[in-house]
Design a protein around this ligand. Structure first.
Ligand SMILES: CC(C)(COP(=O)(O)OP(=O)(O)OC[C@H]1O[C@@H](n2cnc3c(N)ncnc32)[C@H](O)[C@@H]1OP(=O)(O)O)[C@@H](O)C(=O)NCCC(=O)NCCS
Length: 222
């Protein structure tokens, strides 16, 4: 999961039609900027995080295995605090482009991980997602449900056209999550990331709004 990603909002400038071209205004609709986001699924609740979530965030950030496939260094407590503050600040931006939401387990209210959606082109209605779960809760379906909810939020609430994600070629759990919610592999960025002392490709996967069907992805998950 990308930790601190600052994306400058695109200008939103519309493409002017050239002679002979028809121009569909529905393609240039702007993406809303939302605050105090709350999305609930069968087992998890996605919610904004606050400073009081530091201990829960540190519970996964302090685990080496969490970072095995991530192109970032394992943070110390101070880095983690700075990251959490940046997440909180981004959530308050008037023109919000980063949605980094906590994943709360509905059965006991604990924060088990984070899921992120970052808009990278307003004009093209494109965003990328990432997620991470506390290793104590791996294999319980939390990442799949959280990723499905954030993708639904992206298509149905923000009106996105394309959502993409990348994963380390050996991050099979992450790939399985993407497969289950309907992402397709589109290719590899060669030697894109330096992880654990070696270069790795990034596998790029995506899903388009025309492919998104909550029912279909629910079926795929079973
Ligand atoms: C990737 C990650 C988010 C998955 O979280 P999770 O809550 O365990 O995921 P889920 O339980 O929803 O689903 C995991 C799926 O991967 C499968 N899986 C797990 N390890 C696997 C492996 N080594 N090979 C193949 N499949 C694997 C599980 O069986 C499950 O599939 P299933 O439901 O068909 O059985 C978690 O491992 C994590 O936080 N990793 C560290 C951060 C990270 O790498 N994030 C992804 C960045 S791209």
């Amino acid at each position: 999961m990308t930790r601190i990603t600052r994306i400058t909002p695109a200008s939103g400038a519309s493409k002017a039609p050239t002679t002979g071209e028809t121009y569909d205004m529905t393609e240039s609709k702007s993406i809303p900027s939302l605050h105090r986001v709350s999305v609930t699924g069968p087992r998890v609740h996605l919610r904004e995080v606050g400073e009081g979530d530091f201990d829960a965030a540190w519970a996964w950030a302090s685990r080496e295995e969490f970072f095995r496939f991530l192109p970032i260094e394992q943070p110390d407590r101070s880095d983690e605090r700075i990251w959490l503050e940046s997440v909180i600040a981004e959530a308050r931006e008037v023109s919000r482009r980063q949605y980094q939401l906590g994943i709360e387990a509905l059965n006991n209210g604990s924060l088990v991980g984070m899921v992120r959606l970052g808009i990278d082109s307003e004009r093209d209605r494109s965003a990328n997602i990432g997620y991470g779960i506390n290793p104590d809760f791996w294999g319980l379906g939390y990442a799949t449900e959280a990723a499905r909810l954030i993708v639904r939020f992206g298509f149905e609430t923000l009106g996105l056209h394309r959502i993409w994600a990348t994963h380390h070629p050996e991050n099979f759990a992450s790939r399985r999550v993407l497969d289950k919610i309907g992402f397709q592999e589109e290719g590899r960025r060669r030697d894109d990331r330096f992880v654990g002392g070696a270069w790795y490709d990034s596998v790029v996967c995506s899903i388009l709004e025309s492919e998104w069907s909550p029912k279909e992805t629910d079926r795929r998950a079973t």
